[in-house]
Design a protein around this ligand. Structure first.
Ligand SMILES: Nc1ncnc2c1ncn2[C@@H]1O[C@H](COP(=O)(O)OP(=O)(O)OP(=O)(O)O)[C@@H](O)[C@H]1O
Ligand SMILES: [Mg+2]
Length: 322
């Protein structure tokens, strides 16, 4: 009997499976019935205008918020609604507003990210038992490897607060990687970076994927997203408008309209917009009827609240390390 060996790649495992995730804050539905999967080996992008619900969705995935409805599974298991348990399960994240320990060194910040993977407990650390020293040495070695990987090993002993902004963002990634995740969630990793730093971040994310870690990334920089991602999902007013390849999403006129703030047929919230417009038109008619004949026709105020297509600026100033 002859045996044939097939070289077909194993089907990609579903790493993250979010189904029907809804998050309400009082009367506001920030995330509405969102489904999203991330498979092993993938880089998936999450885009959408400011306030679309992207960060809230991340918070629902990572146990920071308990979704009002829906379920989140990591490698087939429903995630417990506690951040540290989600990290232990294998999901790591970075924050839109950098969260580092300012007065700790770069190396210490990475070591903090490692604690979910160390067996020695608090007493062992406090009493400096032999097991603690052995494990501490192993953790330091691992942390230094990560600093090499992100290119910050030469600054291991610097205080985190003294790093330039772009390096603080990289350090946050290193700290997230220290928990040995199977999936990393990055919330605007290039906000505040210059073009060179952004390109380097792109390479870093490819390298993270090549280590076997799936990536879900939020960004406003469309060039970055479309270069990087295998799939992109766009949220608008809490709802998933479209999900597809970079090409599909890029050419979808609804995505362009959402970013430019232009309404389109069937858009989430379109009914409310239509009502407001009708009321405004009505008010204008009344005003015209009352106004003297020489009132200029073009005195309508400019529509200056249209969000810019590239809205990174909204997040570039709030990233002070806390
Ligand atoms: N804890 C909260 N309590 C009440 N409302 C909240 C809370 N967190 C977020 N929201 C609201 O939910 C909506 C979505 O916010 P979110 O921060 O998720 O948007 P985003 O897509 O991340 O925006 P950006 O691109 O500006 O970061 C906004 O209207 C926001 O004000
Ligand atoms: Mg956000």
């Amino acid at each position: 009997m002859t045996t044939t060996t097939t070289t077909t790649a194993a089907p990609a495992e579903t790493v993250l499976d979010a189904r029907g995730v809804t998050m309400r804050f009082g009367g506001l539905t920030a995330v509405k019935n969102v489904d999203l999967t991330v498979r092993s080996g993938e880089i998936v992008g999450l885009i959408g205008p400011n306030g679309a619900g992207k960060t809230t969705f991340f918070n629902c995935l990572t146990g920071l918020y308990i979704p009002t409805e829906g379920e989140v599974r990591y490698k087939g298991t429903v995630l417990p609604p506690k951040s540290f348990k989600v990290t232990s399960a294998g999901i790591a994240r970075t924050f839109q507003n950098i969260r580092l320990f300012n007065n700790m060194t770069v190396l210490e910040n990475v070591l903090v990210g490692r604690h979910t993977r160390t067996k020695e407990g608090l007493w062992s650390a406090l009493l400096r038992l032999p097991g603690f020293h052995k494990e501490e040495a192993a953790s330091r070695e691992k942390a230094m490897e990560l600093l090499e990987f992100i290119g910050l090993a030469h600054k291991a002993e610097h205080l985190a607060r003294n790093l330039p902004y772009g390096e603080q963002r990289k350090l946050e990634i290193a700290r997230a990687l220290a928990s040995d995740p199977g999936l990393i969630l990055l919330d605007e990793p290039t906000a505040g970076m210059n073009p060179q730093e952004t390109r380097a971040a792109e390479e870093l994310i490819f390298a993270i994927r090549d280590k076997g870690i799936a990536v879900l990334v939020i960004e406003h920089d469309m060039r970055f997203i479309f270069n990087l991602c295998d799939r992109v999902a766009c949220l608008v007013q809490g709802e998933k408008l479209i999900e597809g390849t970079a090409g599909e999403v890029q050419s979808d006129e609804r995505v362009v309209a959402a970013y430019l703030g232009e309404p389109f047929e069937g858009a989430p919230g379109a009914e409310e917009v239509a009502e407001v417009e009708a009321a405004e038109a009505h008010a204008e008619e009344d005003h015209e009827a009352e106004a003297p004949a020489d009132t200029p026709a073009d005195d309508t105020p400019a529509d200056d609240d249209t969000p810019a297509a590239d809205s990174t600026t909204s997040t570039t100033t709030d990233g002070e390390a806390k």
